[in-house]
Design a protein around this ligand. Sequence first.
Ligand code: 13P
Length: 253
Amino acid sequence: MAQRVTPLVAGNWKMNLLRRDAVALACDLVTRLQTGSAPGCDLLVCPPAVMLHAVAEALAGSPVALGAQDCHTEVSGAHTGDISAAMLADAGCSHVIVGHSERRADHGEDDALVREKARAAHEQGMRAIICVGETLEQRDAGNTIQVVEAQLNGSLPLEAAAANTVIAYEPVWAIGTGRTPTAADVAEVHARIRDVLVKRLPDGETVRILYGGSVNPGNAPELMTVENVNGGLIGGASLKADDFWAIARACPG
Ligand code: 13P
């Protein structure tokens, strides 16, 4: 039986919203926490980098954590357009997503780079949310487990531990498509991720493993209660406070 871990529901806002809407969304979540019964999970939002400061102000004093969507491997230097983990920590981030499939696809990021980004986040005292997941071709070829295990082994830095690392399993074909794996498929992949974590890390049993890909208020009660699912990484539905809140409430408290 899996060990009890407080779930984390994280909103990946991707390249969406302008500042006013981002602040309004953050304020809406804070108001719900102040006025309603709190969900049994931790909450995190990951806005676009230019909105981090404004959203940090809106979240100040609330339990909603702030995260970024990517970081560079270096602390500073001649890397036009990039943002270091040190800058993100300085902006108030406690988490940073690394190795999202959209970055792996759009920017050619490989496991070695993702591992260095996770290490850069760790060096700044932040938690790295390391993303893994198979494409449809890989799933259809029966290679899901091998692909996910290889990505995980390649992307996990040596110093990873429950205190500084979260894993997000996001099947590429489920992202933004409205399609999700069955609960049994999610359970199988999460169990294998757990096995790898337990083998590699002393406290691998308590590392959070999030599921991501077309989570919505309708499917969250099933997906968020699968064994070894310790919360979700939510894209589209995290842009609507009602939906994000409903997903958070679906997590076992
Ligand atoms: P959707 O929830 O929009 O499918 O996106 C999932 C995702 O990529 C979160 O990182």
